[in-house]
Design a protein around this ligand. Structure first.
Ligand SMILES: *[C@@H]1O[C@H](CO)[C@@H](O)[C@H](O)[C@H]1NC(C)=O
Ligand SMILES: *[C@@H]1O[C@H](CO)[C@@H](O)[C@H](O)[C@H]1NC(C)=O
Length: 393
């Protein structure tokens, strides 16, 4: 039995061991680090609650990456003390999570969960374009990714474009390549080389004349057509320029009505993909807090709402939505302009936002660090920097 003192000693030792997986970085970091080192770094401020909440997760990430033999070093830095380093990484909000590889900085803007951050670290640390050399590897990758971009064919100018898009969008998604014979026979490609996205149980081939430039297409198609959407995903979807139709449902146990709303959206997404997928994503969101923050008013659950993340605008169904037909009418109305939009980021709306944000207790948005000047990150939504609302703070 461990007595009190042993317990204290043990916790001290355990803490020391855990701490060793995460290095505290100061302003001399850029001079002292090795050229080929890959780093995952959290910038924090001593007063920031969300930073503190992330501490145990950060230690776990450090320890797991170490035990997995990952080449990724894990560090953290007090941005208020090491202002030089924070400036170098263009830290603007806390906590900011970034990776450094070959002197390129990658900004993480997803959910601050262990899995989300580990996935990001592994993605950046690995090859830009991952080659799938067998059907088994292809199937394994398929089982792990809801949305999968694959370049099919030999080296070509298109491959060059694909690789350069991968450099810019690797923060968001994985990029694969394979030769034709690796893909299942059922996949039919009329010409090679090709860029294909596998998602929603099917696949789509990129066509420049129809889809525009490759980067925009990949950026538009990098989400499943229908999915559960959290505030981070919704924010990221804004970069695709598409509208999002949401069923807002209860946070935990879904009542009958919520299930009906959710399945209406799901069936419209599946059955009318052809008509809407260019303009719209579909999904459901648990809880209405985030959307209430966006529309600056209470939204009841369940509800349907179409949001335009490009301008913070939104649309509510003019009447009750009982049938799929009603929902389609609503979507068509949004697209043809007959349904009145709300919100948007005009001057009046910006003042309302300021007042609303001041009233509601708000926490920092997912870290937004623009890499101005480097072409390596997608620009964040231009006009608005929304603040994600967390109940806990
Ligand atoms: C590569 O990208 C450039 C610039 O966007 C474009 O003009 C060209 O057609 C693309 N080439 C291929 C093969 O997709
Ligand atoms: C969404 O916002 C963008 C940017 O303001 C705008 O160009 C577009 O027309 C909007 N879409 C709808 C359906 O209102």
């Amino acid at each position: 039995m461990a007595d009190g003192r042993t317990t204290v000693l043990l916790s001290v030792l355990m803490f020391a061991a855990a701490a060793a997986f995460v290095e505290e970085l100061n302003d001399s970091f850029m001079e002292t680090k090795g050229d080929d080192e890959i780093w995952l770094i959290k910038f924090y401020a001593p007063w920031c609650t969300f930073c503190k909440q992330l501490d145990p997760v950060w230690h776990q990430i450090g320890s797991e990456l170490r035990s997995l033999g990952s080449p990724v070093h894990v560090g953290k830095s007090d941005a208020t003390a090491n202002t030089g380093l924070a400036k170098e990484f263009r830290v603007r909000t806390y906590p900011a999570i970034l990776m450094l590889k070959k002197n390129i900085k990658y900004n993480y803007s997803g959910a601050r969960t262990k899995d989300g951050i580990m996935d990001f670290a592994n993605r950046i640390a690995g090859p830009l374009v991952r080659s799938l050399s067998s059907l088994q590897l292809f199937q394994h990758a398929m089982s792990r990714h809801d949305v999968m971009f694959v370049y099919v064919g030999a080296t070509s100018p298109l491959k060059g474009n694909y690789t350069s898009v991968a450099e810019q969008l690797i923060v968001h998604t994985y990029f694969f390549s394979a030769s034709r014979d690796v893909l299942p026979k059922a996949v039919s490609l009329s010409t090679l080389p090709a860029v294909v996205v596998f998602k929603d149980g099917t696949y789509f081939t990129y066509r420049e004349e129809r889809d525009g430039d490759l980067k925009s297409w990949i950026n538009r198609e990098r989400f499943p057509n229908f999915s559960q959407i959290d505030s981070y995903t919704l924010y990221a979807m804004g970069e695709t320029g598409k509208l999002v139709l949401l069923a807002l449902v209860e946070e935990k146990h879904l009542g009958e009505e919520s299930l009906r709303y959710k399945s209406l959206v799901e069936s419209v997404a599946a059955e009318h993909r052809e008509s809407y997928s260019r303009d719209m994503y579909f999904g459901f969101m648990a809880g209405s807090d985030y959307i209430s923050g966006l529309v600056m008013g209470e939204i009841i659950v369940p509800s349907f709402i179409v949001v335009n993340l490009s301008n913070d605008g939104y649309f509510l169904p003019p009447g009750t939505v009982q049938t799929e037909h009603n929902l389609l009418d609503f979507l068509d109305g949004v697209l043809n302009g007959s349904v009145q939009g709300h919100g948007g980021n005009g001057a009046f709306q910006r003042v309302r936002r300021l007042v609303y944000d001041t009233r509601v207790t708000l926490a920092a948005r997912p870290a937004v660090v623009n890499e101005d000047g480097t072409p390596l990150l997608t620009p964040l939504l231009g006009s608005h920097k929304k603040t994600s609302k967390k109940k806990s703070d």
